[in-house]
Design a protein around this ligand. Structure first.
Ligand SMILES: O=C(O)CCC(=O)C(=O)O
Length: 470
C-alpha cells in the first residue's frame, strides 16, 4: 500500500529563530520542524566527514575504534542487535567503508548484512572531545541533566555495579550505510528527540499522535513494524486510513521530533547522525501518560497470579521499570527533585532581582510554568499509585544540603540564563530561601503526589502572590 503523504515537515533557519519562537511554534504545539544553519562550527562536521560529504571512517576508526557499541542488523526481523567495537563495525560494513560511493547499487550487494550502529553513548565516552554543542532549542533537557547526576531507576535486588556508560544518558551517535533504517516507533518515554545529520541524508515518515491508534492492532498491543511492507488488513484494519508527513533531511540539518509522533527513518546515503532524547515541563505529561498506560498493561499481564502474590503491586512496578525504563516512584522522585530545583532557582532570581516585577521576566515565567506543569501532573497521578511499599520520603532540607542536587541546580540555572539572555546571577546559597521568606518550607517532606501539589501551591502563593514579603 502506498502511504498517503499529506505534507512535508517545515524547514527553518535556526539563526533566525528565537528560543521563544521555537517554544511557541513547535515545542508547546508538539509539531516537528527541521532546523538549518546550526552545525557550521561542529567539530564532528570537520573531523568525521571528507570534503565530498562522505564519512571519514578512517578517522573514526583510528580515534574511537575501541568503543564497544550496539549494532542492529537491518536485514533481520526486529533488527537483532549485537555488540562489537566501532572498528569491527566499520570493517564489517564493507559497503559503508571501502566502496567508493560512486555506484549506489553496490549497497545492494547480495548476502551483505546491513549493519546500523545505534545508540552509541558518545558524549559519555568522550567528554573531552567536543564533537558538537547542543543547539539552544534543545537545551532545556531534564532527562539528560538528571542522568548526569542520578540514576533514574535502581532496583536494590538486581543492582550491580552498573556499566556507567550504557545506562547513563540519552545522547547518541548513529552510523549506517545507505539502506539502513529504523522501524516504525515512538521514542523512549515518549520523549522529544532531535537528530542532526553530520553527513548523509535521511528520509523520515511521521504519523501524528492523534492517528497512532490506526497503526495498531485491534487490542492496541502491537504496532506495524515496517510501514512499507505488505501490512496485513486483518491485523491492522485501520492502517489504510493513516495520513503522513514526510521529510528529507540533508547534511547539516537538525530535525525536531515531537513527543508521541510515531516515525520510520531510512538512510538514503551513508549517514552519521547525532541524536538526543529529552523531556522537560512541556512534555513531562506525555511521560506520565505512557507510564500509566504501561503500568495498566503490566498489571493486566499478571492479573491471574494476583491472589497468590504477596507483593503484587511491587511486581507490577518492577515489571514496569524493566519494560519502560522507570516506574512510578522513579518518576515521582524525578518530579519532586525538579520541583525543588525550580523552587531554588526562583528564590535565587527573586533574591537577586532589584525589579519588583521580577516575576514577569522570561526566566521567571519559564520557572513558574515548570512548577505549574509538574503540579498538574502530580494532580493527575492517582494517589493510590504511590501506595504500597514505596516508602518514598523526600525531605526538602536534606535534598538542599546534597551537593549533587546543588550541582544539578547550577546546571539548570546556567541553561535558563543562557536561554533567556541573562548573565550569570550570583552563586546561590541556602540563605536565598530564607531571605525570600519561604523558610517555613524547609521542613517539607514530600511522600506522595498530594504533598507535592501542596508544596508547589504553597511556594507559589508565598513567593509570587506576595512579593512584598521579600
Ligand atoms: O536515525 C534513525 O535511524 C532513527 C532516529 C530516531 O528514531 C529518532 O531520532 O527519534
Amino acid at each position: 500500500m502506498e502511504l498517503n503523504i499529506v505534507g512535508t515537515v517545515e524547514k527553518v533557519n535556526g539563526n533566525e529563530l528565537s528560543y521563544s519562537n521555537f517554544v511557541e511554534r513547535y515545542l508547546s504545539k508538539n509539531e516537528p520542524v527541521v532546523i538549518m544553519g546550526l552545525m557550521d562550527d561542529w567539530e564532528a562536521c570537520r573531523d568525521w566527514v571528507f570534503d565530498d560529504g562522505k564519512p571519514n571512517l578512517q578517522f573514526i576508526s583510528s580515534t574511537f575504534g575501541n568503543s564497544k557499541v550496539q549494532v542492529a542488523d537491518c536485514g533481520s526481523r526486529e533488527q537483532k542487535r549485537s555488540d562489537m567495537s566501532v572498528s569491527e563495525f566499520i570493517t564489517k560494513s564493507v559497503d559503508f567503508s571501502s566502496v567508493k560511493h560512486d555506484n549506489p547499487s553496490t549497497n545492494n550487494l547480495k548476502g551483505k548484512t546491513l549493519l546500523y550502529l545505534k545508540d552509541w553513548h558518545f558524549v559519555k565516552e568522550y567528554p573531552e572531545y567536543t564533537a558538537y554543542t547542543t543547539p539552544p532549542f534543545f537545551l532545556d533537557d531534564w532527562l539528560n541533566l538528571y542522568l548526569d547526576h542520578y540514576h533514574i531507576h535502581e532496583d536494590p535486588d538486581t543492582y550491580q555495579k552498573r556499566d556507567n556508560i550504557s545506562c547513563s544518558d540519552y545522547r547518541f551517535v548513529y552510523m549506517g550505510a545507505k539502506g539502513t533504517w529504523t522501524p516504525f516507533h515512538a521514542d523512549v518515554f515518549r520523549s522529544y528527540s532531535w537528530s542532526a545529520n553530520v553527513c548523509g541524508k535521511k528520509q523520515w515518515y511521521f504519523l501524528s499522535p492523534g492517528q497512532h491508534h490506526l497503526a495498531f492492532d485491534r487490542n492496541m498491543k502491537n504496532s506495524v513494524y515496517d510501514i512499507f511492507e505488505d501490512v496485513s488488513k486483518t491485523t491492522f484494519p485501520n492502517f489504510n486510513k493513516t495520513t503522513w508527513l514526510e521529510c528529507t533531511q540533508d547534511k547539516n540539518e537538525i530535525i525536531f521530533v515531537p513527543s508521541g509522533w510515531f516515525h520510520q527513518v531510512h538512510n538514503l546515503e551513508d549517514t552519521i547522525s547525532i541524536n538526543h532524547n529529552w523531556f522537560n515541563a512541556y512534555n513531562l505529561s506525555w511521560v506520565w501518560d505512557l507510564l500509566l498506560r504501561d503500568y495498566k498493561e503490566a498489571k493486566e499481564y499478571i492479573e491471574d497470579i494476583k491472589d497468590i502474590c504477596d507483593d503484587f503491586e511491587g511486581i507490577c512496578q518492577r515489571n514496569l521499570a524493566a519494560n519502560t525504563g522507570m516506574n512510578f516512584s522513579d518518576f515521582f522522585k524525578f518530579s519532586v527533585r525538579f520541583s525543588f530545583a525550580n523552587v531554588v532557582l526562583l528564590c535565587h532570581l527573586a533574591k537577586n532581582s532589584d525589579d519588583v516585577k521580577w516575576c514577569s521576566s522570561f526566566k521567571a515565567k519559564n520557572l513558574i510554568f515548570n512548577l505549574e506543569s509538574v503540579k498538574d501532573i502530580a494532580i493527575k497521578m492517582n494517589f493510590t499509585c504511590l501506595s504500597g511499599n514505596h516508602n518514598i520520603s523526600l525531605d526538602f532540607r536534606s535534598i538542599l544540603e546534597d551537593p549533587v542536587f546543588l550541582e544539578l541546580c547550577c546546571q539548570l540555572e546556567k541553561t535558563y540564563d543562557f536561554l533567556h539572555d541573562q548573565c550569570g546571577t550570583k552563586k546561590f546559597v541556602m540563605e536565598d530561601l530564607v531571605e525570600v521568606g519561604i523558610c517555613k518550607l524547609f521542613n517539607t517532606v514530600v511522600c506522595n503526589p498530594e504533598d507535592l501539589v501542596v508544596f508547589i501551591d504553597h511556594f507559589l502563593q508565598n513567593l509570587i502572590l506576595s512579593p512584598c514579603k521579600r
